[in-house]
Design a protein around this ligand. Structure first.
Ligand SMILES: NC(=O)c1ccc[n+]([C@@H]2O[C@H](COP(=O)([O-])OP(=O)(O)OC[C@H]3O[C@@H](n4cnc5c(N)ncnc54)[C@H](O)[C@@H]3O)[C@@H](O)[C@H]2O)c1
Ligand SMILES: [Zn+2]
Length: 351
C-alpha cells in the first residue's frame, strides 16, 4: 500500500514471507549499494542472518550493527556510537539505513538516518505489532535523555516499510498485546467499525488490521506532518495520562502500551464528564482492553501523587493550558481546551 504523506508518500508492504524477498524489494525501491542494518541483540539473533543473506543475494553490501535490547539503548550516546561504526564501515551519503526491530530500534535507527550525512534513506522493518501499526509510520524519530523521553529527534519519513507478519510469531505475548493499546486508540479516535470488529479479530490473519491502522495513522499525520496544527495531537488520546503513568513507574513497572491502556481508561472517564461519552461506551472500551490482557486498573499501592507530578512534564501542558484529547463517542476524538487538572485528577483517582 502507499502511505499518504503531506508532501510525498512511501510504500508499505504488508504480508507474510516478505523477509525472504527483502533484497529484491529493497532493490526495487532503493537503487543503492551499501547499508547499515541497525537492530537489537534479541532481534539480530532471530532474523539477522536471513536479512543479511537476502540483501547480499540482491547485490547489497550490508553492515549489521546491534545494540542491547531495551529502552535504555535509545540514547544520543548510542546514536553517536552507531554513526561512528557506520563511518568506520565506510558508509557514506550514498548508503541507507535499515531499522530491523521494534519501536526502540525504529526510533533510533530513523534518527541516525536523519542525521548521518544530513539525512540518508531509512527502511523500516518493524518486528513488533506496535511498531507495525504505529511507530514505523509517521516519521517521528528520536532518542531519550535523562530529562525525558523523545526530547531529541527529527521528522524523517521512511522510504520503505516492510511488515512481515511472520516475524510476530516469536514476539512474547505481553509485547504482542502492547500493539492493541495503540490499535484501540486508533479505533476510539477514528474508526467505530474497527472498534466493533476487534472483539472477534482473527489473530492468525492480521494483515487487514495492520493495513487499516497504517491508513488511520497516516491520514491523521498527513494533515499535520510537523505536529504543528493540532491534527496530529488526536493520536495522543490516552497518552497524556499514559505517559505520566509510564514515567511514574520509572519506565519499568509498565510497558508503553500498558500505560497507554490505563491512560485510555482515564481519558474515557474525562470524556464522559467533559464530552458526553456514554457510560456504556466507556465500559466497552474497558472490556476491549481487558480482552487483550491490557491493564485497566492501577495497582492499589501505586502512587497517584507520582502520576500528578509526572503530568507536569508533559509537552501538551503548554503555557499552563492543558491540551487534552477527548472522545464524544467511539470513533470520534477531538481536542478540548476546557479539561482542568482537577478533571484529570478525578479520573486518575478512579483508576
Ligand atoms: N516514533 C513513533 O511515532 C513512536 C510511536 C510509538 C512508540 N514509539 C517508541 O517505540 C518504542 C516501543 O516499541 P516496542 O513496544 O516495539 O518495544 P521494543 O522495540 O523495545 O521491543 C520490545 C521487546 O521485544 C523484542 N522483540 C522485538 N521484536 C521481536 C520479535 N519479532 N520476536 C521476539 N522478540 C522481539 C525486543 O528485543 C524488545 O526486547 C518506544 O521507544 C516508544 O517511544 C515511537
Ligand atoms: Zn503510544
Amino acid at each position: 500500500m502507499e502511505v499518504r504523506g503531506a508532501t510525498h508518500g512511501y510504500p508499505a508492504l504488508v504480508g507474510s514471507g516478505l523477509l525472504q524477498q527483502l533484497g529484491e524489494y529493497t532493490r526495487k525501491y532503493l537503487p543503492r549499494k551499501t547499508c547499515a542494518i541497525i537492530s537489537d541483540t534479541n532481534i539480530a539473533l532471530l532474523f539477522g542472518e536471513r536479512v543479511i543473506n537476502s540483501l547480499t543475494g540482491a547485490g547489497f553490501q550490508p553492515t549489521l550493527i546491534t545494540i542491547p535490547a531495551g529502552e535504555q539503548s535509545k540514547t544520543l550516546e548510542q546514536a553517536g556510537a552507531i554513526c561512528d561504526q557506520m563511518i568506520a564501515a565506510g558508509l557514506d551519503r550514498q548508503s541507507f539505513v535499515i531499522g530491523l526491530g521494534g519501536g526502540m530500534v525504529g526510533d533510533i535507527s530513523g534518527f541516525v538516518a536523519a542525521i548521518f550525512h544530513r539525512g540518508i534513506p531509512h527502511v523500516q522493518i518493524p518486528t513488533t505489532l506496535l511498531a507495525m501499526v504505529d511507530s514505523s509510520i509517521g516519521g517521528k524519530t528520536g532518542v531519550n535523555t535523562s530529562a525525558g523521553k523523545n526530547l531529541i529527534g527529527a521528522i524523517h519519513h521512511p522510504s520503505l516499510v516492510i511488515d512481515d507478519v511472520d516475524l510476530l510469531k516469536t514476539l512474547p505475548r505481553r509485547e504482542f498485546n502492547q500493539g492493541f493499546a495503540e490499535i484501540i486508540k486508533h479505533a476510539i479516535t477514528a474508526d467505530a467499525e474497527m472498534f466493533d470488529a476487534l472483539e472477534h479479530v482473527d489473530l492468525s490473519k492480521l494483515e487487514p488490521l495492520i493495513r487499516r491502522n497504517i491508513e488511520i495513522k497516516s491520514n491523521i499525520v498527513a494533515k499535520d506532518e510537523l505536529d504543528r496544527t493540532g491534527a496530529r495531537v488526536l493520536l495522543n488520546f490516552g497518552h497524556t495520562i499514559g505517559h505520566a503513568i509510564e514515567r511514574a513507574g520509572d519506565y519499568r513497572e509498565f510497558r508503553h502500551g500498558e500505560a497507554v491502556s490505563l491512560g485510555i481508561v482515564a481519558a474515557a472517564g474525562v470524556s464522559m464528564k467533559k464530552a458526553g461519552l456514554p457510560k456504556d461506551q466507556r465500559d466497552a472500551i474497558v472490556d476491549l482492553l481487558n480482552t487483550f490482557e491490557l491493564p485497566t486498573q492501577l495497582p492499589a499501592n501505586f502512587s497517584r501523587e507520582k502520576i500528578f507530578d509526572a503530568l507536569k512534564f508533559d509537552k501538551k501542558f503548554e503555557a499552563g493550558k492543558i491540551r487534552f484529547v477527548v472522545a464524544s463517542t467511539i470513533g470520534s476524538a477531538r481536542l478540548s481546551s476546557d479539561v482542568t487538572m482537577e478533571d484529570i485528577r478525578e479520573a486518575v483517582e478512579q483508576l
